[in-house]
Design a protein around this ligand. Structure first.
Ligand SMILES: [Zn+2]
Length: 455
């Protein structure tokens, strides 16, 4: 179904999700302010067993032999990042020397080639596993538990992608134990050079629901730019505007276009920071909201977007206030980064909420529990105190990991706080990966970018 995946080179035919991060044998009880789909439970409890949430209650459940973590933190569902180019998150911020008309303009600009494209060509294949570990942890320390968009460097074994965060296009652990069973398709765009790499029969596959989600860049550029303006009509012409389509960016979409997006049941993925950096404009999400379009938030990538979902949510909150008259509440913004992308990717029966029956993909946040959504949209990198994927504590405060029975950890500094990484889940040392990666990048004229950007 996914021709990109058929090209996958794996070192072993069977890859268990548990290879790096087996669900703990002992149940977990998390205490804190629990943000559920319908209500916020102050001083509530989340019980986790065998990787899944088994109960969400106000009273402490009676479970014998559980690791118990009592906190004053806020418990959120993990972020679901539907638009990223994670391998590029190893690079430092690239400051565009000008505002560009469209994405095709900067992608061939000398400044971009020197800062990112040329080094990437040399570095990606030989350093894939170090890059993957670095970028997935960069998301996880900010609460991102599901992502997509890692591209396979040519002739490269990428089986190390299994573990850490869920990769919607390679391996989520939702559909068995082998890589390549995923139901999400990425196509770069609708320009001829992009369309030629799209799988044959995509329109039919979308219509039949054989593909859960098509993520595709559309109208990424300035509203006045001719090339950018024509892309939405081209998406329609190709038969790719469907209930399974997620339009990335949509900067040049008009209100009439958004009416068509809604009528088709398609969604918009909004990446405001990258849009503002590259084009000085972003999608008119107020118009999109007025047409009841489903909107998700995602960071695009570190060079011109945000370092991770947490940072992009903060940026989106500011743009929501400064450009869109606060059309979205803090609660809506948080949902646009959690439950909404889960629905768009058709994985809301698995993740995206703190709800019994779903996988325990969660994070804890230090902040004012009386206003949990405001706390999250204004949070700083140091505020995430724990991230779990499938009930496995991957990163967080050392004392939290210790309370959950994690014995082998590695600490790294974020802004002021230290975060501990679960070494077994990481499948190796982050510091070693950083050293090797730093050298490979320096040899190619660039530095390793930061894990976080501090205020
Ligand atoms: Zn993109």
């Amino acid at each position: 179904m996914n021709p990109i995946l058929t090209a996958l080179i794996v070192s072993s035919a069977l890859l268990s999700w548990g290879a790096n991060a087996a669900a703990p044998a002992t149940a977990i009880l998390l205490n804190g302010t629990v943000v559920t789909p319908n209500t916020v439970i102050q001083n509530g409890w989340v019980a986790i067993d065998n990787g899944k949430i088994v109960s969400v209650t106000a009273a402490k459940p009676k479970i014998a032999a559980a690791h118990t973590l009592e906190t004053r933190d806020i418990i959120f569902p993990g972020f679901i990042d539907l638009h990223d180019h994670p391998l590029y998150n190893v690079y430092p911020r690239w400051t565009p020397p000008q505002a560009y008309h469209n994405r095709y303009e900067w992608r061939s600009a000398d400044s971009y080639m020197a800062a990112i494209a040329n080094p990437h060509r040399a570095v990606a294949a030989p350093n894939f596993c170090d890059m993957d570990r670095f970028v997935e942890l960069k998301g996880l320390i900010g609460g991102t538990t599901t992502t997509l968009g890692i591209s396979q460097p040519r002739d490269t074994d990428i089986s190390c992608i299994a573990g850490l965060a869920r990769n919607l296009d390679w391996f989520t652990g939702f559909y068995g134990t082998t890589v390549g069973q995923e139901r999400v398709q990425s196509v770069l765009g609708v320009q001829p050079d992009d369309v030629k790499y799209a799988p044959a029969g995509l329109a039919d596959a979308l219509k039949k629901g054989d593909v859960d989600m098509l993520a595709i860049h559309i109208a990424e550029g300035q509203r006045s730019d001719d090339k950018t303006k024509k892309e939405f009509a081209e998406l329609e012409r190709l038969g790719w505007l469907t209930a399974h389509t997620a339009i990335i960016h949509g900067v040049a979409l008009t209100r009439a276009d958004f009416a068509k997006v809604h009528a088709a049941g398609a969604a918009l993925i909004w990446s405001p920071r990258s849009n503002m950096e590259l084009y000085k404009e972003t999608a008119n999400v107020a118009d999109a909201a007025a047409e009841n379009v489903t909107i998700a938030i995602a960071p695009d990538w570190s060079p011109t977007g945000s370092t991770n979902m947490l940072a992009e949510l903060k940026f989106a909150n500011k743009v929501n206030d400064s450009q869109f008259k606060s059309v979205f509440s803090a609660k809506q913004l948080v949902e646009m980064a959690t439950s909404v992308p889960a629905k768009v990717a058709r994985i809301d029966d698995k993740v995206g909420a703190v709800k019994p029956g779903l996988y325990a993909d969660l994070f804890l946040l230090r902040g004012n529990a009386a206003t949990p959504y405001d706390a999250l949209v204004n949070a700083s990198p140091d505020d995430v105190t724990l991230t779990l994927v499938g009930g496995v504590a991957v990163s967080g405060q050392l004392n939290y990991l210790t309370a959950l029975g994690i014995t082998k950890t590695e600490q790294t500094t974020l802004c002021k706080a230290q975060v501990a990484i679960n070494s077994a889940a990481a499948g190796g040392s982050l510091a070693d990966a950083k050293t090797r990666l730093g050298k490979a990048l320096t040899d190619n004229g660039v530095a390793l970018g930061p894990m976080v950007e501090c205020d």
